[in-house]
Design a protein around this ligand. Structure first.
Ligand code: MN
Ligand code: MN
Length: 472
């Protein structure tokens, strides 16, 4: 059989024209299987760590197993040394010292481990019409109507009056109760149906059902709100807390279900909090493959991204900057020299094209499910406002790195021009004088209780991070 000869135009097109391809058509079956296996580990992480605190605990135990020790700012570290900083149990920074001098710069991967959710208010518990309820304030950009009539689990910590902090997880074991936010029945939703979708469920309507039986007394007393009292009694028995302890608590409601395979071909994964634990997990796994690096690397799992990165555990605080300065000082070099020569992958998810809602994205520049890891040169909104656009040179360098390592990649942007937009932690790291580009996994139904990603995209993202950290 003679080989079919390609036409002149076909050859030229191959050479000159960019044609992103579905990873399923270019990845060997063996590698697709590797991606599926990799995602089994990711699934375990998603199910075990639904909050930033649980994510820190999960990764920290793996760091300690691999010989990472708590960073000592007074110490001069040598190549191969492995350190971490646990920032209040909500954010984690860990690093391995490379062979090259620090003045050559470091490699940073920054993702975030907080996810949109429903937080309890400071004084949440109340009784209304013989039902015990909790008041909430949602965290991050949630579409409120998506969080009603679905099982929720309560996660977090309570710092008690005596100073002891206790962890809380209710709703994850099959024997646990779950909590829920109720919605109207369609029969009586006539008025509600007239509301705009954004107000279909209002913020003050995100009230959580937690009990219905009153505290039983033999004597005939006139105590009011005995359903609330009964719930407080149960909580007191289980956790030794009183109502005022809710003020000193970080308690959040998250979806109670587990991550699952999605699709007849099992090619995708649905679950709570892919944004951005998918980049956290892939970067952690890539880091563990890079324990003898040429360049010193820093991996940051940040908190508070979903509310703007403010706060001591968010990346608009100085914990990364302080770490670099402290690391550099014993060598007699300035941290600012290190930072100016450093490079960062701002590892966060991107919006995937949804054929049901094609109008919000621009089809030539959006990312697609299963088309590989997504490079985003700029984010922001309305004329690139609030973006730290990567330079042509840095985007070029990362593009070459991906090509050289045969990683399947695509480009993306956060929706069509003037369609909305958003940002990542990139700008806060760029503020330190570091070259930064956004890169990550395309997501469907972003910020919903059940976000969807492609397994081959997850795997190519892991390979991208690995290649970045392995640079010679
Ligand atoms: Mn994100
Ligand atoms: Mn987000």
């Amino acid at each position: 059989m003679t080989k079919e000869t390609k036409s002149q135009a076909a050859l030229l097109k191959e050479k000159l024209i960019m044609e992103p391809k579905n990873s399923g058509s270019v990845m060997p079956d063996k590698q697709i299987q590797k991606a599926y296996d990799f995602c089994d580990g990711y699934k375990k992480f998603l199910n075990a760590a639904k909050t930033e605190m649980e994510s820190v605990d999960y990764v920290l135990s793996k760091l300690i197993k691999r010989g990472f020790t708590e960073f000592d700012p007074q110490k001069k570290y040598a190549p191969g040394d492995k350190v971490y900083i646990n920032n209040r149990g909500r954010a984690l920074l860990f690093a391995v010292i490379g062979n090259k001098p620090l003045a050559d710069g470091v490699k940073i991967i920054a993702s975030h481990i907080d996810c949109p959710r429903i937080d309890l208010k400071s004084r949440p518990l109340y009784e209304e019409s013989q039902l015990a309820m909790l008041k909430t304030h949602y965290y991050g950009g949630v579409r409120k109507y998506q969080w009603v009539a679905t099982p929720l689990a309560l996660h977090g910590v309570i710092s008690k009056k005596d100073g002891e902090t206790i962890p809380v997880v209710i709703g994850e074991n099959d024997s646990d109760p779950v909590l829920c936010i109720n919605d109207l029945l369609p029969h009586l939703a006539g008025e509600q149906n007239q509301r705009k979708l954004s107000e279909g469920i209002k913020g003050e309507e995100l009230n959580v059902l937690v009990g219905s039986l009153p505290f039983k007394t033999e004597d005939s007393d006139k105590t009011t709100e005995k359903v609330k009292l009964n719930i407080m009694r149960l909580l007191n028995e289980k956790y030794d807390i009183v109502e005022s302890d809710f003020l000193s608590a970080d308690l959040s409601l998250v979806p109670a279900f587990k991550a699952r395979d999605v699709g007849f071909d099992l090619s995708m994964m649905g679950g709570y909090g892919h944004d951005d634990r998918v980049c956290a997990y892939t970067s952690v796994m890539a880091s563990f493959d890079a324990l003898k690096p040429e360049y010193t690397w820093i991996n940051i799992l940040a908190d508070k991204e979903e509310t703007g990165s403010d706060g001591a555990t968010g990346l608009d605080s100085r914990f990364l900057e302080y770490f670099v300065h402290d690391l550099a000082r014993p060598y007699g070099i300035s941290g600012s020299v290190v930072l100016q020569n450093s490079e960062c992958l701002s590892a966060d998810v991107s919006v995937a094209f949804d054929p049901t809602f094609p109008d919000v994205t621009e089809k030539r520049n959006t990312s697609y499910i299963s088309y590989g890891v997504c490079l985003v040169k700029y984010t922001g909104s309305r004329g690139k406002s609030g973006t730290s656009e990567a330079t042509a040179e840095f985007a070029g360098k990362i593009r070459r790195l991906l090509d050289e390592n045969k990683i399947i990649w695509q480009t993306g942007e956060l929706g069509k021009v003037d369609g909305g937009g958003g940002g990542t932690v990139a700008m806060f790291i760029a503020k330190l004088g570091v070259n930064v580009i956004d890169i990550g996994v395309p997501v469907l139904s972003m910020h919903s209780p059940f976000e969807v990603v492609s397994k081959t995209d997850v795997y190519n993202t892991y390979l991208a991070f690995k290649a970045f950290l392995a640079e010679k």
